[in-house]
Design a protein around this ligand. Sequence first.
Ligand SMILES: [Zn+2]
Ligand SMILES: [Zn+2]
Length: 176
Amino acid sequence: MELFIPDLKKAGGRFLEYHDEIEIKDPEIKGSQGKVPVLEVLLKAAYVNNRVLIRGSWQAELTGECSRCLEQTDYTLQESFNEEFIHQQAGENGKFPYTDTEKREQYLFKGELLRLDEYFKQAFFIAQPLKILCHEECKGLCPVCGRDRNKYSCSCADEKTDDRWSLLDKLRKENR
Ligand SMILES: [Zn+2]
Ligand SMILES: [Zn+2]
């Protein structure tokens, strides 16, 4: 995704709308239905005081393993952003005030194109969930017999509870 700065300058501070798709090529991350994951980006950008302001949101349809039942499950990752990129201007000596290797708090760029792929790819990787759930109430696998509790009901856990109750009953009786 690239923004052409002369277009933004022509707009004189007004926000222009952009829509683009960025492919994420990473063996660890899968798109839904076996596709290559795509970041769909919708943004508005304006050029004000040598800065490019961008706001909008992106989303991606992904698939991964539920961390409880291990089933493949589709999920949507979505995030909004509000960022500014400083357009570096060459000084009187023809040099730019900061080199690219100087990492500053702000995002810098120079020239007539603002390239945003790397910015969005980073945001995408940071936004990866620690846990994927097929649904909030996923019962997961039984730790005793390993069956998927969403599909089968086993009595492993129940038996344990029963044991505890009977032990408690026994203690109660003994204390009388
Ligand atoms: Zn699950
Ligand atoms: Zn079980």
